[in-house]
Ligand binder design. Structure first.
Ligand code: ADP
Length: 921
């Protein structure tokens, strides 16, 4: 049988062809198939060694130009390990020793090559082993390098002695010891928390027992110099062959702790800054109050002087008054700007998105600037490009503020030429949403390049002399840029010294959060058609007037399940106008909506729509429903929505039905269903609404959301006794004044009756014919006569109601009073809350409206209004809080305490007149 020959790559160094043949023949005979290169000079040898893959070198001991010992030396020098066999014609012992010393693996005589093949076999095997070792060594070195250079500390220690057998460089560096010192140490020496070997054994025992695979703990390590650092240790028992030892990997936590401390510090700084900014805002709010109040008087009185233009005022004096007016206005705008800036800085600037009619916006602005341009003989033009839609969604107030500022600057800094306002839409590169762009271009003095950045900073003007020449504060553009950012857009400038300026404001056409909410019916031309509900495929239209996203979301969600079309109006100012256009069945109003309060909006809607829609007041759970009520409201609802509320609201029958037409409400608290039904039949003769609560719990739920004029209470209820309910009603200030009639089936002793009468208005026994007695008591107790609307109206015509102005400050009162009196109002004054309450008590019928200052001695505005609202009969009295506090939250607080609306100082005569027309038509 033929065996496969083993190929061997052989370098044969011999000058004799015969000898070479002899060697090769021996190899072949021994089962090898040599792939041979024959050489006989040093150069050829060195060249050949540059190649890799040689299995074997067979070398003649001496050649004319080369010899075996030199060949061995070259191998050594190059650190090459190839089996090397020396062959020689004659070999003595001395030579043999020399050859072996030089590194030859074997040697033999040319005439006796019997040993050649076995020697080759042996050497190849050994070379293979050597190679394996070498590879293993490389592997080990590599691992060791990784371990040595690991960022973590790595330790190996003996299981019994606990002495370290190995520490990596990181551990040595961190600990600061010399490497050889550490070999004698144990974990107890570097961990200050481990006091004794016993301590440490307790830690490692579970690992030794096999109960735990790995242990992880946080501790400290002590450096040579005694200092410590925090470290996390991962401890593991390693079993290898029959050996076992511990490895510990340590993560130095110094950086992490430092980072944590730094983050903590940064948080503290941020907190301090927030605190600081809050104080600043508060200070500014108070300052603005102090400034606005007297300013208010100045503006109102000077306006009054101008209006009366009394004959004894000279031309000059009239001019002075004009100056007073103008300076007051300038001062006011400065205060507003400073306040705006501080609001933006403290993140309190509110943005409220709404649908803006582009044409209306442009007209509003042009109405102001056309006359100014004319006055300065400047050309003024507005171009609205064709790609502009009729409407956009943004904050109208803020947008107008920016455009006004830009136009006012353009006019101010342009002596001759043109001012242009261009409006177009575009999708900027790398953006998806369409933007609307307003450019304000002038041919004025321009802004030099090096000042273009600076003009956007607060209190900075392009030219230091600008202040003297043109006035201004340098705040306008800073505010404009911040507002632009707030609106999701940007404000940029292109200009050259002496060559005019172009300011470009680019904002999203539709602010994305608003895509769903302002869902108005709309045609391409931007007109609101009075689309009937049928056209939309829904059966009734419900309008929600709110800018509170929680309310909007809640109602959008539930309305989906009803056959209604829900429209959201976020701007209180034009809400009544829009409602008139939609003619909805139901209107839901958030009393806390900004600008005009929800109460004023509700009142106006009720006044202006005939028949009026059902009007519900709605709030979220963070804004309780205040104790305000008036003729025509259908009820109050607080989030989260209850199924019963939703049903009532969305199944409202719509305009012209009894809901919302009348005011007096009776609450029957009794668990007998049939009895209730019967009683409410009778009650409906004398009250407008009869609500039923079968349990105490439901009774209070009703009371919390609906204003009730009289309660009929049974003494036994499933969840409480009637006495408890009576007590709770008496103890709750807002309910304390609601008359309660106990209507009980139980016979009562005189003493029991007396006790009940402490809080109850009457106690009537359920008896034959008792219902007629009950009804007449109810009729007596409900002060507003049955079907009261007509009666109230009739009364109002006969006597003109008085406005009660409550203000301790003479100037302030005088200016308000003058404004009202010039409109033909009768005004009565109270100096503080207590006095106001007395007047209200004694002139119950004549006071038609209260203007209440917030900051007064003795009893402040909040306290006063709370007291007023405790009387259910006065929940419909319009009370406006007048204050110079202008910060976020103040408005809400006023409404929360029961204000009907809120007027900030200086009083805008337009707003006051509008509110008067709503509440005292
Ligand atoms: P103010 O006008 O109250 O000083 P602004 O912040 O509105 O403050 O403007 C800052 C400065 O920028 C102005 O004082 C003026 O130097 C420069 N500036 C603004 N608009 C223009 C313009 N259209 N042309 C030339 N300069 C302008």
């Amino acid at each position: 049988m033929m065996t496969q020959k083993k190929t061997i790559k052989l370098l044969l160094v011999d000058d004799s062809a015969d000898d070479r043949e002899l060697i090769l023949m021996n190899l072949r005979r021994g089962g090898y198939n040599p792939d041979v290169r024959c050489i006989d000079t040093k150069e050829e040898y060195v060249d050949a060694l540059k190649e890799t893959g040689w299995d074997l070198i067979i070398c003649d001991y001496s050649m004319p130009g080369f010899d075996g010992l030199t060949a061995l030396a070259i191998l050594r020098d190059h650190d090459i390990d190839i089996p090397f066999i020396l062959v020689s014609g004659a070999i003595g012992e001395e030579l043999a020793v020399k050859a072996m010393k030089a590194g030859a693996h074997d040697y033999m005589m040319k005439d006796n090559l019997k040993r050649l093949v076995p020697a080759i076999e042996r050497e190849l095997k050994e070379a293979k082993l050597r190679d394996k070792h070498r590879q293993a060594q490389i592997e080990r070195d590599r691992l060791l390098t990784v371990i040595q250079n690991s960022l973590n500390e790595i330790y190996i220690f003996d299981c019994k002695t606990l002495k370290y057998q190995y520490l990596n460089q990181t551990a040595i560096n961190n600990l600061g010891y010399d490497a050889d010192k550490i070999q004698d140490m144990t974990p107890m020496d570097i961990d200050p928390d481990i006091e004794s070997a016993e301590d440490f054994k307790r830690i490692i025992q579970p690992l030794l027992n096999g109960d735990l695979e790995k242990d992880l703990y946080l501790t400290k390590h002590t450096r040579k110099d005694g200092s410590t650092y925090p470290i996390e240790i991962h401890l593991q028992l390693i079993r290898q062959n029959d050996q076992q030892f511990f490895t510990a990997i340590g993560f130095d936590l110094t950086d992490r702790e430092r980072d944590a401390r730094r983050i903590q510090k940064q948080k503290e700084i941020a907190r301090e800054m927030a605190e600081h900014s809050k104080h600043k805002s508060e200070f500014l709010a108070n300052m603005s109050h102090e400034l606005r109040t007297p300013l208010n008087s100045i503006l109102l009185l000077s306006k009054l002087l101008l209006k009366t233009k009394s004959d004894n005022l000279s031309e000059d004096q009239l001019k002075y008054i004009d100056v007073i007016q103008q300076s007051g206005k300038n001062l006011l705008s400065l205060i507003n700007e400073v306040l705006d800036l501080s609001k933006i800085e403290s993140g309190e600037m509110e943005v409220s998105y709404e649908t803006i009619d582009l044409r209306e916006l442009i007209t509003n602005i042009s109405d102001v600037f056309e006359p100014i341009a004319k006055d300065k003989s400047l050309e003024y033009s507005v171009s609205v490009y064709e790609n502009c839609p009729a409407e956009l969604v943004s904050d109208q107030l803020r947008l107008e503020q920016v455009l006004r500022n830009l136009l006012s600057n353009a006019m101010k800094f342009t002596e001759e030429g043109r001012v242009e306002l261009d409006v177009y839409t575009e999708i900027p590169p790398e953006e998806k949403e369409k933007r609307i762009v307003f450019t304000v271009k002038d041919t004025g003095i321009g802004i030099p390049e090096d000042k273009q950045k600076l003009v956007f900073e607060s209190f900075r003007q392009a030219d230091g002399s600008t202040q003297r020449k043109f006035g201004g504060t340098g705040l306008g553009l800073a505010i404009c840029r911040q507002i632009a950012t707030l609106l999701g857009g940007e404000l940029t400038l292109e200009s050259a010294d002496g060559n005019g300026s172009t300011f470009t404001l680019s904002i999203p056409l539709i602010h994305s959060v608003d895509l769903i909410s302002e869902s108005e019916p709309q045609t391409d031309a931007g007109h609101y058609p009075s689309m009937s509900a049928e056209e939309t495929g829904k059966s009734a239209r419900v309008v929600l007037i709110s800018d509170n996203p929680d309310l909007i979301n809640a109602f959008s969600e539930v309305s989906d399940g009803f056959p209604v079309a829900l429209n959201v109006i976020k701007n209180s100012k034009d809400a009544p106008k829009k409602v008139a256009r939609y003619s909805p069945a139901t209107v839901l109003i958030d009393p806390y909506i900004s600008n005009y309060s929800g109460w004023s909006v509700a009142k106006q809607i009720l006044n202006e729509n005939s028949p009026p829609p059902a009007v519900w007041m709605v709030t979220d759970d963070t804004h309780p429903i205040p104790a305000v009520d008036f003729h025509g409201l259908s009820g109050k609802v607080v989030l989260p929505l209850k199924a019963s509320d939703i049903n009532k609201i969305f199944s409202s029958p719509g305009p012209g039905t009894e809901v919302g037409e009348n005011g007096s409400t009776l609450l029957l608290i009794d668990d007998n269903k049939i009895h209730n039904e019967a009683l409410s039949e009778f009650a409906e003769e004398i009250v407008d609404r009869c609500l039923i609560a079968p349990t105490a719990k439901e009774a209070f739920e009703t009371l919390n959301t609906t204003s009730v004029n009289c309660i009929v209470l049974d003494l036994t209820l499933p969840d409480a006794s009637g006495r408890d309910v009576l007590k709770k009603l008496a103890d709750t200030p807002v309910f304390a004044d609601i008359p309660v009639i106990i209507y009980s089936g139980r016979s009562l002793t005189n003493q029991q009756k007396e006790e009940l009468l402490v809080h109850a208005s009457d106690v009537i026994l359920k008896n034959v014919g008792s219902h007629s007695k009950l009804m007449s008591r109810i009729a007596e107790l409900i002060q507003t006569p049955a079907k009261g609307g007509e009666a109230i109206k009739a009364k109002k015509v006969t006597s003109q109601p008085t406005v009660l102005a409550v203000d301790d400050n003479d100037q302030s009162y005088f200016s308000i009073c003058s404004l009202l009196e010039s409109n033909g109002q009768i005004v009565q004054r109270a100096f503080n809350g207590r006095e106001a309450l007395q007047i209200l008590e004694s002139h119950n019928d004549t006071i038609g409206l209260v203007l209440l200052d917030l900051m007064m001695p003795e009893m402040d505005g909040f306290e006063t209004i709370k007291k007023i609202r405790q009387d259910p009969a006065k929940r419909s009295l319009p009370v406006f809080i007048v204050t110079a506090k202008a910060m976020k939250g103040d408005r809400e607080e006023c409404l929360l305490h029961g204000a009907t609306d809120y007027i900030s100082k200086p009083i805008s005569s337009e707003k006051l007149e509008k509110l008067m027309s709503i509440w005292m038509p």
